[in-house]
Write a new protein. Structure first.
Length: 161
């Protein structure tokens, strides 16, 4: 009887040691959390992002403004332009995914000047979208709360190898 009582705790100890040893031997990538899947490395390719802003008012169709950025996969790019109260600032970060898709994270600050009239309200947007390689997509359309102005944001991402 005493022999059985001694063997039970000893068996539990041996089994728990084996389980702990197996968990420790499991391969892990440094810097990752075990429950998250390992992401593939960035590709050796650039992504051309074409951002077109159409600022339209009821009295006149707006001329489109296009900003183009060439950014390495999973890196960031930014453009800053402006003078006085006018500004056009764009930040972008592309990520090439499987099957020719590109995830693009964009931030936009747009404050146009309107000649002699009062400056229209500035627009600040931040969007993340999945795009098909080389196909344009309207990612946002916003309305000015003080008038009949609409601002449309269209993005096209193309993989450049």
């Amino acid at each position: 009887m005493l022999k059985r009582l001694t063997m039970i705790p000893l068996s539990v100890l041996v089994l728990s040691t084996l389980v702990i040893a197996q968990e420790a031997a499991a391969p892990q990538v440094p810097g990752t959390i075990p429950s998250q899947p390992v992401r593939p490395a960035a590709q050796l390719a650039n992504v051309r992002i074409e951002l077109t802003i159409v600022d339209q008012r009821s009295d006149a169709p707006g001329a489109p403004k296009t900003v183009t950025m060439l950014i390495e996969d999973r890196q960031s790019g930014r453009i800053r332009t402006g003078r006085g109260n006018m500004s056009l600032n764009v930040d972008g970060r592309p990520e090439i995914l499987r099957e020719g898709r590109i995830r693009v994270n964009l931030s936009l600050e747009y404050a146009p000047q309107d000649g002699d009239r009062a400056a229209p309200a500035p627009i600040q947007e931040s969007v993340t979208a999945l795009l098909e390689d080389g196909k344009a997509l309207v990612v946002s359309q916003s309305a000015d709360p003080s008038g009949d102005r609409k601002v449309r944001l269209e993005v096209k991402a193309t993989i450049v190898k």
